[in-house]
Design a protein around this ligand. Sequence first.
Ligand SMILES: [Zn+2]
Ligand SMILES: [Zn+2]
Ligand SMILES: [Zn+2]
Length: 318
Amino acid sequence: MSTKEDVLIVEDSPAIGMLLKSYLEKLDYTKIHTCDTGSVAIKTFNDLVSENKQPIVLLDYMLPDMDARSVLTQMLEIQPNARVILETATEKEDEGIKELIRLGVYQYLEKPIRFEKLKETIETIEKEQSFFAKESEQVEMLKEAEQQAEEKLFEQINFILKSANQITLNKIIGILGFSDDSISDYLQKLQQEGKIIELGEKKELACNQCDSVRTSQIFYCPSCKSTNFRLGKLIECYDCGNISEESTYENDVCPSCKKEIKALGVDYRVMQNHYICNECKDFFPEISTEYMCLKCEHKFKLEDAHWRSSVNYKVTNM
Ligand SMILES: [Zn+2]
Ligand SMILES: [Zn+2]
Ligand SMILES: [Zn+2]
């Protein structure tokens, strides 16, 4: 398959026109259009462009009906990146030629035209063409990748929302790990679709180091800091003062003084809901707590926490 572009030869001399045509045919160009006036050239150029083509134009500086400058500017108006090669016997230093180069003549060919020079110029155009084609292919690929990333982001947001009853924007951002306009845009869209409802601002505890609201509360033994503890029932023997778990009072006998405990409130008392450390065996009515940031792993006390507010959403129909 030939991928060669259309070529438009604008040349009032039939001899030169023929010569150029046969040059180009040697370079495997098959779609060659020859015009001998500027007005026909513009019309032909316009027709080709409307067929989504990007013809290479060989423009003679001297035309019978129009000057090259006028032809060039009209072509550039039709197609701003038009590739017009100017053929002229006039010096390159000529003001008129300089003006055309400034206006956007792609290349300049001196007359009499040498085949080698034409070949070189055309080849440069082809190289550029394939470069631009590759470039636009890369742009396409990038766009596609961006689109895929966005779709993945929306899927993630859907997943987060599906597993929550209510959730704040800060929390969503915290879980996703980044903040981006596309997140709030998507949430707005879900709101319009009636999938989530905005509930107003909500304050949340945040890490005092990195401000993330993704935190976890940790409970630990106030004595040895172990997180290995259990909730249990303790019995205090009034006689000897022993306090230990209910299970240590086998057959209602105090493990310390070996006396039998009989009457509640007289011999002993029950201490419900105490935390018993599995490591140091100490027990407490209250356990210590602190927060850990799930982002930076920093640990902090409630009184040192930051507070951040953001829109809270209620998930209604995800
Ligand atoms: Zn943090
Ligand atoms: Zn302990
Ligand atoms: Zn006792």
